[in-house]
Design a protein around this ligand. Structure first.
Ligand code: CO
Length: 293
């Protein structure tokens, strides 16, 4: 399979941009700095480059693994000891680059290294004919060699035009079989290493939503929310991006009506620490091309 050049180039361009902005954004994670300011500054870098966010910038602290971002008016500040996951998605014409890194404001070096080396171990195996279960085995073995657990119920995921989660699924633990990789596939690998249980659960707080049905809403606040959602073309958006008040009522109405899907914050047990590393890649004839490096 030969990938259309225009598509391939859009993935590459999104990847190069995501790589650059992720590092700049992560550089803003400093003891005493405000979360909201860091998130808004990083998201603005994407739009200033003429690209778009594939999802709200995820910034997850300590035992939180994913799906946290700044709340409206968020007053949280980065503190000494924090372990901060920064996960950025950029798209160009719908073609997505998804990449993440962990910023250590404490003494978590080996934990950060565990997810990073697991990602490299998995990338090194990617080529046509390899089963995704083999990538999961490499991730698990590498993280366990470092003395931690992989998060078993979070996975890497295939990417498609305006589609953030499609086939193949890339497990973070060993499993038999799984999808067989083919040339031209585009996906993200994202190992999470933890000092906790190795499974994440859903928190009650939700910051990120996705529109999953095109039905109209009557409630004025719900209408306003759908105006924010519509240009996303099915990609996730943040509660923080919705203007005006009574947002909570609108959101819960739309979730109950099956129009929005909520992504609750995901976390391991209290007091634990989770690290994450992520790259997006394209499977080539001989191996792969990492777009976010
Ligand atoms: Co991802």
């Amino acid at each position: 399979m030969i990938m259309d050049d225009v598509v391939y180039d859009a993935y590459r361009e999104a990847g190069a941009l995501a790589q650059k902005i992720l590092h700049r954004g992560a550089g803003l994670v400093k003891e005493g700095a405000g979360l909201l300011e860091m998130v808004e500054a990083t998201e603005t870098m994407v739009t200033e480059e003429g690209a778009f966010l594939a999802f709200p910038l995820n910034v997850s602290f300590n035992e939180a693994a994913a799906h946290d971002t700044a709340m409206p008016g968020d007053e949280r500040v980065f503190a000494r000891g924090d372990l901060v996951k920064v996960d950025l998605g950029v798209h160009i014409d719908g073609y997505i680059a998804d990449t993440a890194m962990t910023v250590d404001l404490g003494d978590h070096g080996p934990l950060v290294e565990a997810s990073r080396s697991a990602l490299e171990a998995a990338i090194a195996l990617v080529r046509p004919g390899v089963a995704t279960g083999e990538l999961g085995a490499a991730v698990q073995a590498t993280i366990e060699e470092h003395g931690y657990k992989p998060v078993a119920n979070l996975t890497g995921h295939g990417l498609d035009c305006y589609n953030l989660h499609t086939r193949p699924t890339i497990p973070n633990v060993a499993m038999s079989g799984g999808a067989v990789l083919e040339e031209g596939m585009v996906f993200a690998i994202e190992p999470f290493a933890t000092t906790g249980s190795g499974r994440v659960g859903e928190a009650t707080r939700v910051e990120i939503y996705q529109q999953i049905a095109a039905r109209p809403a009557r409630l004025p606040s719900a209408k306003r929310i759908l105006e924010t959602a519509r240009p996303r073309r099915g990609l996730p958006f943040s509660r923080r991006w919705i203007p005006g008040d009574k947002v909570e009522i609108g959101l819960s109405t739309l979730v109950r009506a099956g129009i929005l899907h909520p992504f609750p914050m995901l976390h391991d047990v209290p007091g634990s620490f989770v690290s994450q590393a992520e790259h997006t890649l394209i499977v080539t004839e001989e191996g792969c091309e990492v777009t976010t490096r």
